[in-house]
Design a protein around this ligand. Sequence first.
Ligand SMILES: Cc1ncc(COP(=O)(O)O)c(C=O)c1O
Length: 402
Amino acid sequence: MILDVEKIRKLFPIYEENPNIVYLDTAASSLKPTPMIDALNHYYQKLGVNIHRGVYKIAHEATDLYESARTKLAHFINASDDEVIFTKGTTNSLNMVANHYLDILGQSDEIIISELEHHSSFLPWLNVSQKTQAKLNFIELDNNGKITIEAFKRILNQNTKVVVITAVSNVMGNTVPVKEITRLAHEVGAHVVVDAAQAAPHIKLDVRDLDSDYLAFSGHKMLGPTGIGVLYMKSSLAKSFRPVEFGGEMINQVTKDSMTFKESPYKFEAGTPNIAGAIGLAAAIDLLTEIGLDNVTAHVDALYNYTTNKLKNIEGVKIYNQDSDTGIIAFNIDAIHPHDAASIFDKNNVCVRAGHHCAQLILKWLGAESTLRASFYIYNDFSDCDKFIESVIEARDFFRKF
Ligand SMILES: Cc1ncc(COP(=O)(O)O)c(C=O)c1O
């Protein structure tokens, strides 16, 4: 065991309330730690005021905390502060980017995308394609459901204007070669939009090294609060990126027939932002940084390997993904409907996900309507894996009686 799980669990109040919970649904949302909740409480109990516009002490403190959260997030992904836009989350970030291209793309343009995308990465571009007639070009996945550079090169061409790519699929769990894809996309002048919702909680992201144009992630999957996320936008792109939302705090001058915008990131944060959310997310980043993403990866790998080695040998279990780098296992038991199986897990206080995981394209590719999904994180230990395995066997044996 890489991490001291007993010590880590003391940071998560849910284990006090529910000491026997086996939480294996971090890919949907992580559990929430006390330092993050304390940061939210600090804002709501001691400050609770608006930012940027106040001319009194607590408004300054709130503004400082919000802006230093931005700096922390920028540091976390090796961006500059002006490139970090606070949004509601990955879905909001990715829609914002796609909507910008509604005015830019046309019939002769192509968007490269893949069946690995979560709906929040696919649907905004399906909408763009339907409205602009730009063509969606799908990267052919290899036999293991992975994206290869060769397959990407086969469809990349001079008409490619945007490449939309998930860094890690929420069903398959393995890392996609985003850096090489970005390098090749830039050779034809295309912009690359990276969905890092599953990558950010596990893998060190360096937007300079990746040379990313846009990269999105959510706070709630990485120990942060719900309703806050980040859109990284390369500063050279921000100038010509017209805001999608208009309102307070994002303009310089307004007349009856004109408006001028502030610089990024402020022109993209119209209205009162999720101040507490940003402050809470910064506290989550502090904790993750203290634990170390390398340790998170090693810990999750150990749990994943231990579990899959056992799961593979259970007769009747089908595992859909292999070599997950982020502790995700997508599986089914016999022909039992995942929601039926999930009821046995629930009875045993084992929380897993059941359904299509908002990723119907990859499920179809896998030949499944829905699956169960288990995912590991820093608060899981081998006893969680054992309870999970016991529940798999119990579910199989229970439904075989009928
Ligand atoms: C790969 C991926 N992309 C995008 C999202 C959407 O994230 P959110 O619901 O936080 O906007 C998710 C959430 O499950 C995800 O797993």
